[in-house]
Design a protein around this ligand. Sequence first.
Ligand code: SAM
Length: 328
Amino acid sequence: MICELRETIADPTAHPVLDLVPPEDSFREEVVRGLQAVPKQIPSKFFYDERGSQLFDEITQLEEYYLTRTEIGILHQHIGAMVARIGSHVLLVEYGSGSSLKTRIMLDHLMEPAGYVPIDISKEHLMQSVAALAKAYPELAIQPIAADYSSPLTLPAWGADNVVVFFPGSTLGNFTAGEAEAFLNQVAHVVGPGGGLLLGVDLKKDRAVLEAAYNDRKGITAAFNKNLLVRINKELGGTFDLDQFTHEAFYNETEGRIEMHLRSSHNQVVQVGSDTVSFLEGETICTEYSHKYSLDDIERLTAKAGFSVEEVWMDEHQWFAVLYLVAH
Ligand SMILES: C[S@@+](CC[C@H](N)C(=O)[O-])C[C@H]1O[C@@H](n2cnc3c(N)ncnc32)[C@H](O)[C@@H]1O
């Protein structure tokens, strides 16, 4: 599906969200299809209703979750070099913008940005983030888009000198390699030849560090994982008993990814509206992949979509990398 973005160039004083979020039917369809598949799997994009976005924000503050603070550290340390690469009068497009907190580091340093387009599937959270951002940057033209970024988007011309996509948080890692390649192809199309991609990725490291980040002691990641079932119960007439499923996250070394699952504690039958789903004791629903990369992995993956790596910045432990890539 091509989502045509109508000519709604932002008035800097008003930021109506362009709502391209797929209807509830598609949530139901994808959930039922995923629960009928073997093995059971539901896309991680469905974690993010308003509550899911709040829980994700709590995760970013956890001691075990090194990703956010490490990436923010890299951004602060190298922002001068990053904005020099990006140049002036740029249209900044952010995929999975969430609370747009990392964006503020960019906006504090970018030279006369032409505008900012945050794209996120979590519409209410997006609206709250944009309201806060608009207060802090009253002169900035902002066009929020509530959409599933796995479908292609077409942006209008903004009269910008360049288009740069910001994709932090290692959110790329939620895609399989094939999906990531398709997504990066779309990004290359959005920025056009000479356009840029500022990409944050989590690097391969010690299993204990990785697994701790997705199994926090306070149980916030478990609540985030189970929020998927809460959503299904609330929005799709589901009958999941949250106490009959346990959160699980482990590093799959062969695939180079953290896998998050919900494990059924016994044989049970669950309704999702009029659909019936059976679970065996110990059976899981896979709810998220978080792929971890080497720099070579990223260079290879992005090259397939026509990007070349211009510069790489890392923290002192080489746990996380921010790369600036240019599309051909
Ligand atoms: C891991 S969080 C990262 C948030 C923020 N960019 C950061 O770096 O902290 C992923 C973000 O992407 C959004 N998201 C996930 N899948 C999406 C999809 N298919 N389309 C649009 N937004 C999506 C979520 O709502 C969430 O805000």
